[in-house]
Design a protein around this ligand. Structure first.
Ligand SMILES: [Zn+2]
Ligand SMILES: [Zn+2]
Length: 169
């Protein structure tokens, strides 16, 4: 997902642009493209261009309980300042930004949003993804997916020590 900002860089500080975007982006870095859609707002700052993205996509996750794959909607909201590497008027190279992690505008005055989309998608990923809140998981002995109903395994016997105690009660 790329946006050319050469015009915006020539405009006064405070100039802005809004874009509706829709593109296929490899959001998880696994080589599979996902459709990313939403709105991108660009604001000319004194150093570069502030990018505010309000995007959404669907990623494929593995359920931490039943191990099935499911589609998970992610909201990708970010605000990052992109700094130029070339002076847009003179074409002279600019000193590289002090912060090594800075997002940059490339030598053709193009902003590539892919890296920001990846980083912010990662931040929104759940630690323990669930295909649904009440996912029943797998039966431990046979690995049957209990979301598809019970399996044929015998019901586990109640631990004998507990049954002795319940007799006493
Ligand atoms: Zn599940
Ligand atoms: Zn079973």
């Amino acid at each position: 997902m790329q946006i050319n900002v050469s015009q915006l860089l020539k405009e006064p500080i405070g100039s802005s642009r809004n874009y509706e975007v829709s593109d296929i982006v490899d959001v998880t870095g696994d080589g599979s493209g996902r459709k990313v859609q939403g709105e991108v707002r660009l604001l000319r700052t004194h150093r570069g261009v502030l990018v505010k993205g309000e995007l959404h996509a669907e990623v494929e996750l593995t359920c931490s309980r039943c191990l099935s794959l499911f589609n998970f909607p992610v909201a990708i909201n970010f605000e990052e300042e992109y700094l130029p590497t070339i002076d847009v008027v003179s074409g002279a190279p600019l000193p590289s930004p002090e912060e090594p992690s800075s997002f940059i505008i490339d030598e053709h005055h193009v902003i590539d949003l892919t890296e920001a989309i990846r980083q912010y998608t990662l931040l929104t990923m759940p630690m323990k993804p669930l295909c649904r809140q009440d996912c029943a998981g797998l039966y431990p002995d046979c690995g049957h997916n209990l979301n598809q109903g019970p399996c044929d395994c015998p019901t586990p016997a109640i631990d004998s020590r507990w049954s002795e105690i319940s007799k006493l009660l």
